[in-house]
Design a binder for this molecule. Structure first.
Ligand SMILES: Cc1cc2nc3c(=O)[nH]c(=O)nc-3n(C[C@H](O)[C@H](O)[C@H](O)COP(=O)(O)OP(=O)(O)OC[C@H]3O[C@@H](n4cnc5c(N)ncnc54)[C@H](O)[C@@H]3O)c2cc1C
Length: 324
């Protein structure tokens, strides 16, 4: 039995969710009494694979081919099928990225099996992995047990596991050269879509103060901005705030915004809908201010302040000013 993580890179840069998946695999391997390995696909990505050599892994598979330089679902599926036949892992874990959503159903179906998508947690029962997925926008958790034979696929939700829990060690590198012919690949990658330059990189912020619909009016945002400024934090928002044009889209946190992992995330007047939580629940410490004691944000909060933000935020501003 073993676990294989398919890491994601694009143009030689990691998708950082891969490291959350790697940490999850290490954790699961320890609980199952097995080992975790990692695979890196691409062309000219040996230096990336080498970066994993200091991790506690059984092996790093470097899967290189010129047709893997740019992502295509056909080439990835073909190469991974060959790797899986060679490595024969019991479980295959992937980060739940857009790219994985694109090729994983195809890969699993081609092996006459299924993939468990968007996993948020796991436990081990009687030596087998039980995966937890959320249904109805996070209102219900469902347990999923595999009944099919290996390989058993699962993709893990952003922020569900912590990359800073990765265990150090040493891992050997194995080169694996898949056979992929140009005729196997039915799509031709075009120039990559470039997002306009972001003025703010929330993903790199250490302190974030985020504002939600509880703020009621656009002009009230100035108060939360002041709190962010006095704390030296970046200002972020839930989707309705950005949809209303009260703050730019680049400040939106969540499934259709940015995924953040600051040391401190302060949620002001945000209910904690699942689409918001997936973008911020990987934060080290979460503080929530909400007048509704049953708001779902309190389920992920380390510290909760139940009360009126229009009373609490000015008091926080004053307290930070005094502390400075
Ligand atoms: C496909 C899809 C993608 C989505 N993507 C995202 C995304 O990326 N990011 C995102 O954030 N959302 C996203 N959403 C929207 C999401 O479902 C929620 O609607 C949204 O997160 C709610 O934002 P909110 O918490 O600010 O507002 P609300 O849910 O309206 O919550 C406002 C909160 O403020 C509290 N409140 C009100 N007044 C006060 C007060 N005076 N003092 C203290 N608390 C107060 C209320 O108790 C309430 O909990 C998406 C939805 C869909 C369907």
């Amino acid at each position: 039995m073993s676990i294989l993580v398919v890491m994601e890179q694009r143009g030689g840069s990691w998708n950082r969710m891969s490291f959350e998946t790697l940490a999850a695999a290490q954790q699961m391997a320890a609980e199952l009494g097995t080992t975790a390995s990692a695979a890196v696909l691409g062309q000219g990505v040996e230096s990336l694979a080498a970066e994993l050599a200091g991790r506690q892994l059984e092996k790093i598979y470097l899967v290189e081919h010129e047709l893997l330089k740019e992502y295509t679902p056909d080439a990835y599926t073909s190469a991974l099928r060959q790797l899986l036949a060679h490595a024969a892992p019991e479980y295959v874990l992937l980060p739940h990225t857009y790219q994985v959503r694109d090729f994983l159903p195809k890969l699993a179906t081609s092996l006459n099996t299924v993939a468990v998508s968007d996993v948020v947690a796991h436990r081990v029962e009687a030596g087998a992995l039980v995966l937890v997925r959320q249904l109805f926008q996070g209102k219900v958790n469902s347990d999923v047990r595999f009944t099919a034979a290996a390989p058993r696929f699962a993709s893990l939700q952003a922020g569900a596991y912590r990359a800073d829990r990765l265990m150090e060690g040493s891992a050997p590198l194995e080169k694996f050269a898949p056979q992929v012919a140009p005729g196997d690949v039915r799509t031709r990658p075009q120039e990559r879509f470039r997002e306009s330059a972001r003025a703010v990189d929330l993903a790199a912020a250490e302190l974030i103060v985020a504002v939600g619909r509880g703020i009621k009016e656009a002009e009230n945002i100035a108060m939360v901005q002041e709190l962010a400024t006095v704390m030296g934090a970046e200002l972020a928002a839930s989707r309705p705030i950005c949809d209303a044009g009260w703050l730019p889209m680049e400040r939106q946190v969540g499934s259709s915004g940015q995924t953040v992992g600051p040391k401190l995330y302060m949620a002001i007047g945000i209910s904690g809908a699942i689409q918001h939580l997936v973008g911020m629940k990987g934060s080290r410490t979460i503080v929530a201010v909400n007048k509704d004691p049953n708001a779902p944000i309190f389920e992920v909060a380390d510290y909760g302040i139940v009360g009126d933000l229009f009373q609490i935020v000015p008091e926080l501003i004053a307290a930070f000013k005094t502390a400075k």
